[in-house]
Design a protein. Structure first.
Length: 286
């Protein structure tokens, strides 16, 4: 029987993924193999010559099969790095994206004093937990329509030791706030669903067929949830409070119009992501 070394496996799998149209074949091969071997990608590089045991080979083979069926790597390894923290993820939540780090970064930059913040549609908890980890004195509430997603977020809060500083509430948009006695915040942040029904069928199959539809889809132009948040937010913000939202690649103009036509808002800032796309808006109430 052929002895497979780490490097042979990486090369074989990269080639196999390439033939199956997987967009980042080498990276995915490395991530999956390091996951199976319980090691880091760096360690993999230091052990190129090491033979791989048959039991690891069969686990690896299963993962290769799933990856070529377009299951995202993060669901296969149950992890995704976001804002330099490692998050547990599974198919109950959207996999955190690097674009969303732009939102977190800007909230941290703009807000200096301790504050009260709500993260609507927290999913894996990526936004709320990275803020809590960087600002232990902030009071943070994280909500989601999906009870399943909140289980994942809670797990991540425990891992990152901020479970005692975060409150989780299940419910749609502002619904959880209706029952709270003091519901005025300095910040309302969200990475809401914003994919249009037109674009949804053309999303990469990893996303379209495996990530939760409720975390992605938002009506014919993808603006349904963004509009609801911008309309509802002023009622729950303190004077001078802000809404920080991630938006879709073609939403900026519409979002600016929505904010400018609402007299509760006094201003709006737009921030581009690493690809130069207008990705985050921060709107302040007067
Ligand atoms: N950026 C995500 C995607 O391209 C969408 C995330 C969202 O809808 N909030 O799949």
């Amino acid at each position: 029987m052929k002895t497979w070394r780490v490097l042979d496996l990486i090369q074989w799998t990269t080639d196999y993924f390439k033939r199956h149209g997987i967009p980042s074949p080498r990276l995915d091969a490395e991530l999956l193999l390091s996951h199976v071997l319980g090691t880091s990608r760096l360690q993999l590089y230091l052990r190129f010559e090491m033979p791989v045991f048959p039991e690891h080979l069969s686990t690896f083979r299963e993962l290769i099969k799933k990856r070529t069926a377009n299951v995202p790597v993060s669901y296969l390894t149950s992890r995704k790095e976001f804002f330099s923290l490692e998050f547990y993820v599974d198919s109950r939540v959207l996999i955190p994206r690097p674009e969303t780090e732009v939102l977190v970064e800007n909230v941290l930059q703009v807000q200096e004093a301790p504050c009260q913040l709500i993260d609507i549609g927290t999913g894996s908890g990526a936004i709320a937990i990275s803020l809590a980890a960087n600002r232990p004195e902030w009071e943070i509430l994280a909500t989601d329509i999906s009870a399943e997603a909140l289980e994942v977020a809670q797990k991540n809060a425990v891992v990152h030791q901020c479970a005692d500083r975060l409150t989780f509430q299940q419910g749609n948009l502002f619904e959880p706030l209706e029952t709270l006695p003091e519901s005025r915040f300095d910040w309302i942040v969200s990475n809401p669903p914003y994919v249009s029904t037109k674009e949804y069928p053309f999303l990469p199959p990893d996303v379209r067929d495996h990530e939760p539809e409720t975390a992605l889809l938002a009506g014919t132009d993808g603006l349904d949830v963004i509009v609801d948040i911008l309309e509802g937010a002023p009622r729950f913000l303190k004077s001078g409070g802000r809404v920080g939202l991630e938006i879709g690649h073609n939403h900026c103009q519409d979002v600016l119009e929505i904010v400018q036509s609402n007299s509760a808002y006094s201003g709006c800032q737009v921030i581009t992501d690493y690809s130069g796309i207008e990705r985050v808006v921060i709107a302040a109430v007067g």
